[in-house]
Design a binder for this molecule. Structure first.
Ligand SMILES: [Zn+2]
Length: 298
């Protein structure tokens, strides 16, 4: 079996041993259990990244982790890999140098997506687009994390950056409609940010007009069933809308989100997706095909 991984976070997918090594190197004490657990909620899940990001505040650490994820992907039979991370969380050097360290580690074996985070100033996203412009290895931009009432900026404020990315042929994905967040987020991501792919999108079926928009615009949903169960977006994996999406003709690819934090690898993730009532090996193959076709190319 082959797999695609188009939604994989660098800071959530390093080897457990590597995280221990990096923590030791950096003099950081890790929490007892770094991994996600079922139903923990998105906010608590996002807090887990504080520890992994703290261990990635050195250029050589970023390079090592990127390289190891690519090696692991080959061993897992991943044919198409895209790794994403937020350079602004690693203010150890100019963002260009931080991105170049990750690209060095990747060494042509994966595409790199630069993440803005909900709440970031739009200039952060614009700066990611400018970095991507001159680096062919950067294939896309993303908006990750989660919106919060305290944020000054909303999804529409990132439209300029996303429009610029579109003009430059840079891929566009957005974490939207995750858990109990409104499908309106998905609509905004598609209409205002011209997203070609949507991360999670678990609330999509709540609004059929958004389903139609997703289908009309050929938008691909990056499904992450294990992660969705752990963050509480769905009560159990069997509640995942994946088979319903496929039945409606929505294009979906399957992704692990975070190999380390979710304690998962691609084979397990696909197996779990297959266990959802209504899924079949044929439908799994359809998702694989979609993943191959949905890769961002420059
Ligand atoms: Zn994600």
């Amino acid at each position: 079996m082959k797999y695609t991984e188009l939604h994989l976070h660098l800071d959530g997918s390093m080897r457990a041993q590597t995280l221990n090594d990096l923590a030791k190197d950096a003099g950081i004490t890790l929490p007892k259990d770094i991994r996600f657990f079922s139903g923990m909620g998105l906010q608590e899940a996002l807090l887990k990244f504080d520890s992994t990001v703290a261990c990635l505040q050195r250029i050589d650490h970023l390079r090592r982790v990127a390289a190891e994820i690519c090696e692991d992907a080959i061993n897992y039979s991943v044919t198409n890999l895209e790794i994403r991370f937020a350079p602004q969380l690693h203010p150890i050097a100019p963002a260009e140098e931080v991105v170049d360290a990750v690209l060095d580690g990747i060494d042509g074996r994966a595409g790199l997506i630069l993440c803005g985070l909900y709440g970031d100033s739009p200039t952060t996203l614009l700066s990611h687009v400018n970095i991507a412009k001159t680096r062919i290895g950067v294939v896309g931009i993303d908006l990750a994390g989660a919106p919060h009432l305290s944020h000054k900026w909303g999804i529409e404020d990132y439209a300029d950056a996303y429009n610029k990315a579109r003009q430059l042929g840079i891929g566009r994905t957005v974490h939207a409609g995750e858990g109990n967040r409104s499908p309106l987020e998905i609509r905004k991501a598609i209409e205002l940010l011209h997203a070609q792919r949507i991360g999670h999108g678990t609330s999509l079926l709540e609004d059929f007009s958004v389903v139609e928009l997703v289908i009309d615009r050929n938008v691909v949903i990056e499904a992450c069933p294990t992660s969705n169960m752990q963050t509480g977006a769905i009560p159990t994996v069997s509640h995942h809308p994946l088979p319903k999406w496929l039945e409606l003709g929505i294009q979906v690819c399957i992704n692990s989100d975070n190999w380390l934090l979710s304690n998962i690898d691609p084979a397990e993730e696909y197996q779990r997706a297959l266990s959802i009532p209504g899924m079949s090996t044929n439908l799994l193959d359809t998702c694989l095909e979609t993943g191959i076709n949905a890769v961002f190319t420059r």
